[in-house]
Design a protein around this ligand. Structure first.
Ligand SMILES: NC(=O)c1ccc[n+]([C@@H]2O[C@H](COP(=O)([O-])OP(=O)(O)OC[C@H]3O[C@@H](n4cnc5c(N)ncnc54)[C@H](OP(=O)(O)O)[C@@H]3O)[C@@H](O)[C@H]2O)c1
Length: 284
């Protein structure tokens, strides 16, 4: 199975889950040497979504493909959808696309056009639509937690049903193990409980043994803050919109699908923080 985005949150979890399940993974990305070092014994392929000449060699002989949209790629036509065209031509057995909650109806998100392309294709496919990631704590919020002992967000009292991307990897492996059972299905995936950011701060405080506070802010100061941290404006705007949307309950729904598929509850945010506590160690 070719795994796009193998160095990332979801793709990394998919490579690990496939390997654990005894299914062959081919880790793909723009830095093959880094992938070889990270996954000893796993086949690696160079795949650059901005370079179509890499598509067919990466997919050659693959029984399936796991696809994710890298956050930096907004134009999906010449990138992800072109890759799907090559997969179609090479008759790749099954495609699992990790999309985002709501992308089936929300035409604004780029994932929508990938979902459309898949539905129109001759490919066999499954779409996963995950909600808010636990791994955001190690990505978007990490430097605020490490350097300032705070989570700064424009999310008010909003709650999110945090999903651990390791569970998305487990679902992808389960689908690849029996694709016929999941053909043409779209699965909304969330974590097992909805927490607000006071809850998240309390959880970090208890796990890290130093006080971490939640500092609610409004959209504009947050946008400037994220951009000052080095994110391009477009990504900073997307991040601000997503976190402001939490106030309106956009990510608080807990969906039973993940537990039904895996036969166990999803990993909690507490579990994720416990397993990765060194990520937020104080520089002191
Ligand atoms: N954060 C959330 O709460 C959340 C919730 C639901 C859905 N999502 C969606 O999940 C996706 C992000 O997943 P993630 O967190 O796993 O991303 P991530 O950790 O940022 O990883 C992105 C991956 O994309 C690869 N990539 C970047 N540019 C590439 C290129 N030109 N060609 C090939 N690969 C490239 C990177 O690999 P290289 O290092 O090899 O370039 C990396 O492995 C987005 O579509 C987002 O909308 C996020």
């Amino acid at each position: 199975m070719l795994v796009v985005g193998a160095s990332g949150n979801i793709g990394g979890a998919v490579v690990s889950a496939l390997t654990r399940a005894g299914l062959a993974a081919r880790a793909a990305g723009t830095h093959p040497t880094a992938l070889e070092n990270r996954y000893p014994g796993v086949e690696v392929a160079r795949l650059d979504l901005l370079d179509p000449t890499t598509f067919a060699p990466a997919l050659d002989g693959a029984a399936g493909m796991f696809l994710v949209r890298p956050p930096a790629i907004a134009k999906v036509g010449p990138t992800l959808n072109a890759l799907l065209g090559v997969a179609e031509r090479l008759q790749v057995g099954h495609v699992v696309f990790s999309s985002v909650t709501g992308a089936d109806t929300n035409r604004v998100v780029p994932h929508h056009r990938v979902e459309e392309r898949l539905r129109e294709s001759a490919l066999s496919w499954t779409i996963l639509r995950p909600g808010f990631f636990s791994q955001n704590l190690a990505d978007a919020y990490r430097s605020d937690i490490v350097n300032d002992d705070r989570i700064l967000l424009p999310s008010g009292e909003g709650r999110a049903a945090f999903i651990d991307t390791r569970d998305i990897g487990d679902v992808a492996a389960l689908v690849f193990a029996a694709p016929d059972a999941h053909r043409s299905a779209g699965y909304v995936l969330t974590g097992p409980q909805a927490l607000n950011f006071d809850d998240v701060a309390a959880l970090l405080t208890s796990e890290l043994g130093r006080p971490i506070r939640y500092e609610p802010t409004s959209a504009l100061p947050y946008l400037r803050h994220v951009h000052a941290q080095g994110r391009p404006w477009v990504q900073a705007i997307v991040q601000t919109v997503l976190h402001t949307g939490l106030r309106r309950g956009q990510a608080e729904n807990v969906d039973p699908t993940l537990e039904r598929l895996l036969g166990r509850p999803g990993r909690t945010l507490a579990q994720y923080v416990h397993d990765n506590r060194e990520l937020w160690a104080s520089p002191a």
